[in-house]
Design a protein around this ligand. Structure first.
Ligand SMILES: Nc1ncnc2c1ncn2[C@@H]1O[C@H](COP(=O)(O)OP(=O)(O)OP(=O)(O)O)[C@@H](O)[C@H]1O
Ligand SMILES: [Mg+2]
Length: 354
């Protein structure tokens, strides 16, 4: 990555290389991420990923003048592996070192690259919907995050993955459910819209996932299995229910956000893996138009986890006058973006992960 965040939110960040080495095939048989396998795969692949990135950028290590790495929140084994590797590179180069909050990187990704109205300028309303999180956040400036709402149980990405597994689709389920849904009838199954009657913009996806599973199991009991059309209809009905929930709560958050942005021109942005979903993007574009907001969605390669967004978050910190971190920076399993927000209901006895 080179360049810097420019004034007013437009950016001149240039991605020289963005190598993503997925691990889906290693976790496929288990239907979810196995922490020990993930950590081991990080150790085995990090040096290869860096070599490929330098080759793609046509640079040598001598040209790297800063090192950024995700230091959490997340599964501690994988995070620690990445952190140790990045510290070694920074120490060897004598380069400034940035330990980045992975969620902050997702949150700032619509400022790196986005369509259709260009990169998001501060302040913006963010729907962060990923594999482990779902939050509506007012992003008022670099490091200034106010959580307006979030999920009280599963994230939508997790729900997509679990129903994908139940329907026999490959892992991770999100993109496969979206593909199957394209040939399905979204109105065949009447699924719930959890928490739609509750004021505010908290969300829930766990009951929806169970409702979908019950519909699938009823069909399996009645006809001995699922036909291709059944899977397509189940996926389409599920996707519609998720999008309805997210659109309703985002519209409510837009009303709350209007007070925080004090009438300044503002934007609705979406980030995280679930932001790759085209039906969701279309729904959110409409929510933005109705709320008088522009709309920003990063390209698909910047939605799911990637290194460019981590580098970009470090560049944003530098541009905002922030300092690099000590090489002693620790890996963090939990790291809220808005530390002042009360823990989410259902976040467990250890408190909110984020
Ligand atoms: N087209 C899509 N439709 C719906 N969900 C999708 C789509 N593409 C990816 N996803 C989901 O996005 C998730 C992965 O996103 P991401 O890489 O941001 O998550 P993560 O890094 O594991 O979680 P977090 O960022 O919360 O720690 C998976 O759950 C995946 O199923
Ligand atoms: Mg992520």
């Amino acid at each position: 990555m080179r360049g810097r965040p420019a004034q007013g939110g437009a950016t001149d960040g240039e991605i020289l290389a963005n190598i993503v080495m997925g691990q889906a095939e290693l976790h496929q048989a288990y239907g979810g991420v196995v922490p020990e396998i993930a950590a081991r795969a990080h150790v085995e692949r990090l040096d290869v990923a860096m070599k490929l990135a330098l080759e793609q950028a046509d640079l040598t290590l001598d040209a790297v003048d800063a090192v950024a790495v995700a230091a959490g929140p997340g599964l501690i084994g994988g995070v620690s592996a990445g952190l140790v590797f990045a510290k070694a590179v920074a120490a060897a180069r004598g380069a400034p070192f940035f330990a980045i909050n992975h969620l902050e990187a997702h949150a700032l990704s619509p400022r790196l690259a986005a369509e259709p109205d260009g990169p998001a300028a501060f302040p913006f309303l963010l729907l962060l919907a990923s594999g482990g999180h779902c939050q509506l956040i007012a992003v008022l400036g670099h490091g200034r995050y106010k959580r307006l709402g979030g999920t009280i149980d599963d994230s939508p990405g997790e729900a997509f993955d679990k129903i994908g597994q139940h329907l026999g689709l490959p892992f991770p389920g999100g993109p496969h459910v979206e593909r199957a849904a394209a040939a399905g009838d979204p109105n065949r199954f009447a699924l719930p819209r959890p928490l739609s009657d509750r004021p505010g913009c908290d969300m829930s996806f766990s009951g929806l996932k169970t409702a979908l599973r019950l519909e699938a199991d009823k069909l399996i009991a009645a006809q001995g299995g699922l036909r291709e059309q059944d899977v397509a209809d189940l996926c389409a009905s599920f996707q519609l229910a998720v999008c309805d929930s997210l659109a309703q709560k985002t519209a409510r958050a837009a009303t709350m956000f209007a007070e925080l942005s004090e009438g300044r021109p503002a934007c609705l942005a979406v980030a995280g893996g679930v932001a790759a979903n085209q039906t969701l993007r279309t729904r959110l574009r409409n929510v933005a138009a109705e709320a008088g907001l522009t709309f920003a969605a990063p390209p698909l390669s910047i939605c799911t986890d990637n290194g460019a967004m981590i580098a970009w978050a470090a560049m944003e910190r530098r541009a905002a006058g922030g300092c690099p971190d000590e090489l002693a920076a620790a890996a963090r399993a939990r790291w809220p973006l808005d530390p002042d927000a009360a823990p989410m209901l259902g976040s467990g006895k250890h408190g909110a992960k984020a």
